[in-house]
Design a protein around this ligand. Structure first.
Ligand SMILES: O=C(O)CCC(=O)C(=O)O
Length: 287
C-alpha cells in the first residue's frame, strides 16, 4: 500500500533518466524492522553472504548478499509487505510485477572500495525494459557515505557493458559477454557536460528505482560515523523475457531452466520461482 501516489512526473523522470528517487513511502516501523533483519543477516553465515574488508587495512568493509527472501521468511515478509513492488509497477506502468531477487548492500563507515560503474542487465538471464530495482535506503545516504550516482539517460544508449563482478570471480562470464566493452570510469567525466549525473541525499525510507540498463556506481565513503545499509529488491513484468545466462549469476531454482518452463525469448512465468507480488486489481477489474 502506497503512502502517497506515484506521480506522472515520477513516471516521466523514470522513463527519461532511467532512475528516480521516491521519498517517504516506507514508514519508520518498516524501515527499523528491515534494518534489523539486514544487519542481523550480515553477521550470519548465509551461503550468499560476501564480506570484503578494504585492502588498505582501514575500517572499511563491504557486505553483499543475494536471494535472501527465497529462504528467509523475514526478507520475504519485506518483499510482500513493503510498497516496493507497487512503486516498481507504477513507474514501469505495468499491471503486475513478479519478484526477481533481493540483494543487500552494506558499506561500513570509511569503506574505500567503490561500487564500480556498471549496469545490471548483462549480469542477468533476462532481456527487456520492464525490470526495475528498488534500492531502499535503510540509513541516511549521501555522497559522503558512498551514495549511488547514476548516468541519466544511459538506459537508452543501446550499449551493453561487460558484466565484471566485484570482487573478480573466475569463470564468471559466459557466452558473448566476455566480448563486451568494459564500463567506462564515469567519475572521470563528472565535469564533462555531455553527461548528466544524478545522485540524491536520502533519508532512511527513501528509495531509488532504476532501469536495468541505467549505468550507476558509488565512490568511497568519507564518513567514519555513518554506515550505509540498503536493500535492493528487483521486480519484473511487462516485456521481460528469459534469456540464456551470460554470467554465472544464477537464480536459485533456475539451474534446470527448461524443466522450470523457462524458455529464452519467453516471459518467465514460473510462479514458484518468480511469484506475482503486486497486481493492479482495478486494472484487472477485481478491485
Ligand atoms: O549499493 C551499491 O553499492 C550497489 C547497488 C547496485 O548496484 C544495485 O542495486 O543495482
Amino acid at each position: 500500500m502506497l503512502r502517497h501516489p506515484i506521480t506522472e512526473d515520477d513516471v516521466r523522470a523514470y522513463e527519461r533518466d532511467g532512475v528516480v528517487c521516491i521519498r517517504g513511502q516506507f514508514d519508520a516501523g518498516l524501515v527499523k524492522k528491515a534494518r534489523k533483519i539486514c544487519v542481523e543477516h550480515s553477521t550470519g553465515t548465509a551461503p550468499t553472504l560476501v564480506a570484503a574488508d578494504d585492502a588498505d587495512g582501514g575500517p572499511g568493509r563491504t557486505i553483499v548478499s543475494s536471494h535472501m527472501a527465497r529462504t528467509r521468511p523475514g526478507f520475504m515478509g519485506l518483499v510482500l509487505r513493503s510498497p516496493a513492488a507497487e512503486i516498481a509497477a507504477r513507474l514501469m506502468v505495468v499491471p503486475e510485477v513478479r519478484y526477481f531477487y533481493d540483494q543487500l548492500f552494506i558499506k561500513e563507515p570509511g569503506t574505500q572500495a567503490p561500487t564500480d560503474w556498471h549496469h545490471d542487465l548483462p549480469f542477468w538471464p533476462f532481456k527487456g525494459n520492464h525490470i526495475a530495482s528498488v534500492w531502499i535506503a535503510l540509513t541516511p545516504v549521501n555522497q559522503e557515505n558512498s551514495g549511488l550516482v547514476y548516468v541519466a539517460g544511459s538506459h537508452k544508449w543501446n550499449t551493453l557493458y561487460r558484466p565484471d563482478p566485484a570482487p573478480p570471480r573466475e569463470n564468471f562470464l559466459k557466452g558473448d559477454s566476455a566480448n563486451l566493452p568494459p564500463c567506462p570510469a564515469f567519475h572521470k567525466e563528472f565535469n564533462n557536460p555531455e553527461y548528466r549525473f544524478l545522485s540524491w541525499d536520502m533519508e532512511s525510507g527513501d528509495c531509488l528505482v532504476h532501469h536495468p540498463l541505467t549505468v550507476h556506481g558509488a565512490g568511497p565513503s568519507a564518513s567514519l560515523e555513518q554506515r550505509r545499509v540498503a536493500l535492493s529488491i528487483r521486480y519484473f513484468g511487462g516485456d521481460a523475457k528469459w534469456a540464456a545466462p551470460q554470467t554465472a549469476f544464477t537464480v536459485p531454482g533456475t539451474e534446470k531452466a527448461a524443466a522450470a518452463g523457462l524458455v529464452p525469448g519467453e516471459f518467465p512465468s514460473n510462479e514458484d520461482i518468480f511469484p506475482v507480488i503486486w497486481r493492479d486489481n482495478e486494472a484487472a477489474g477485481t478491485g
